[in-house]
Design a binder for this molecule. Structure first.
Ligand code: PLP
Length: 420
């Protein structure tokens, strides 16, 4: 049997690459999660996650689940069967959340938007204005639609809600944006903010993380939806003392401590800037280099965490992904549902840099050429490089000429540096 050597290049939009520090932090013996020492770890996690969500007034909940569990927790803790909610469907994840609302017995008003676009704030405003009796209990939106590589403007959604003077709560899915694209829970008055561990937080899948505003916590007392495992009340009884109502995902919590350390060392704003710059390099590769287009219809929708690349007519995107994986050990994201076969996705979030992305772009080029897409070899790699070279914000400290000379001598002197 043939063996794939070297590293797997993981460029799906989550799970993302784990920093070695996080891996090491999770390699721990199990401990007693009811010990007097355990809260030292957990209390700091709740506090520090608030900084990532940009909330001072909200409360953070950590479930041993994936993002989907946090979707369910948001709905079941704040709403009642038959409640009307307004939501927008423009990709597989906004679709799945809407499906969940139906399955749980809500009455969602699902506005279908073309895949490749995001939440239209004007429609938010007009629908809320038309709801004179205030029946809509929540506006539910996906910040970053991972299936199409579309980011919606949540600040504009909030402004639309304010303009309509509607009291509905605002629920936001930040599974593929938190800690990668700016999100401001308090400033944008988001009431339930859903996320997961396996993307911007650079952890394995396994934690569903939910930020809840005081307004949504208050709604909980009226909410009649059945809930048990995801009941916030149980969490609220034990979390303040640093404990959980059931066995928490211990290694993931240790990993989360380390990933938060890493996030604060780099700084949230610098993380957003890095994601934006890396994403633009990928877009240069797709548009300028390969002469292909993105699923996101306009630049205002471009996502800084994932790019969905539309393959030419007659080519199956799944073929590109399969060849990339089998021949080059490169994992690209599949096209999902409506865009299955039409796109492949490059995830560019989490712990990554230019050279890692250049590897992914090179692998995507090779796979695309293998399946018959006529692109110039090296064109994407060159376009990304050029963009990153032109916009390099990295060397905060310039290397002095003296240091360069020293370095060149120590490796046996470089051509042109001799005698200097
Ligand atoms: N929402 C978005 C935007 C996602 O990208 C995903 C998963 O990729 C989910 C929700 C579902 O999260 P999970 O797979 O962690 O349950």
């Amino acid at each position: 049997m043939s063996r794939i050597t070297g590293r797997n290049f993981l460029f799906v939009p989550g799970p993302t690459n784990l920093p070695d520090r996080v891996l090491r932090a999770m390699n721990v013996a199990m401990e007693d999660h009811r010990s007097s020492r355990f809260p030292d770890l957990t209390k700091s996690l709740f506090e520090d996650l608030k900084k990532v969500f940009k909330t001072e007034t909200g409360q953070i909940f950590i479930f041993p689940s994936s993002g989907t569990g946090a979707w369910e927790a948001a709905i079941t803790n704040t709403l009642s069967p038959g409640d009307k909610v307004l939501t927008f469907r423009f990709g597989q994840f906004s679709h799945l959340w809407a499906e969940m609302m139906l399955r749980l017995g809500l009455d969602p008003d699902i506005v279908d938007v073309e895949w490749g676009e995001g939440v239209p704030p004007d429609v938010v405003e007009s629908r809320l204005r038309a709801d004179r009796e205030g029946k809509i209990k929540a506006v539910v939106v996906c910040h970053n639609e991972t299936a199409t590589g579309v980011t919606s403007d949540i600040e504009a959604v909030r402004q639309a809600m304010d303009a309509a003077k509607h009291p509905a709560m605002l629920f936001v899915d930040t599974v593929s944006s938190l800690a990668s694209i700016d999100f401001r829970m308090d400033e944008w008055q988001a009431d339930c903010v859903v996320s997961g561990s396996q993307k911007g937080l650079m952890l394995p899948a396994g934690l569903g993380i939910l930020g809840v505003s005081q307004k949504a916590l208050a709604a909980r007392t009226e909410a009649k939806m059945k809930r048990c495992y995801f009941d916030l009340d149980d969490m609220m009884k034990s979390n303040p003392t640093g404990y959980f109502p059931y066995t928490p995902a211990l290694p993931l919590l240790s990993g989360l401590r380390e990933s938060l350390n890493i996030i604060f060392e780099e700084g949230l704003e610098d993380i957003f800037a890095r994601h934006s710059r890396l994403a633009q390099g990928v877009r240069e590769a797709v548009i300028q280099g390969w002469k292909l287009r993105l699923c996101a219809k306009e630049s205002k929708w471009w996502s800084d965490t994932v790019s969905a690349v539309v393959v030419p007519e007659g080519i199956n995107g799944a073929h590109v992904i399969d060849v990339a994986f089998r021949r080059y050990n490169l994992a690209l994201g599949a096209g999902l549902s409506k865009v299955a076969g039409k796109v492949f996705r490059i995830g560019h979030l989490g712990d990554l840099n230019e050279l890692m992305l250049l590897g992914a772009l090179a692998g995507a080029e090779m796979a695309m050429r293998d399946v018959g897409i006529e692109i110039e070899p090296g064109s994407g790699v060159a376009a990304a490089q050029e963009y990153w070279r032109r916009t390099d914000p990295i060397p905060k400290k310039r290397v002095s000429r003296q240091e360069v000379v020293y370095a060149s001598h120590s490796v046996g002197s470089l051509e042109g540096e001799k005698g200097q």
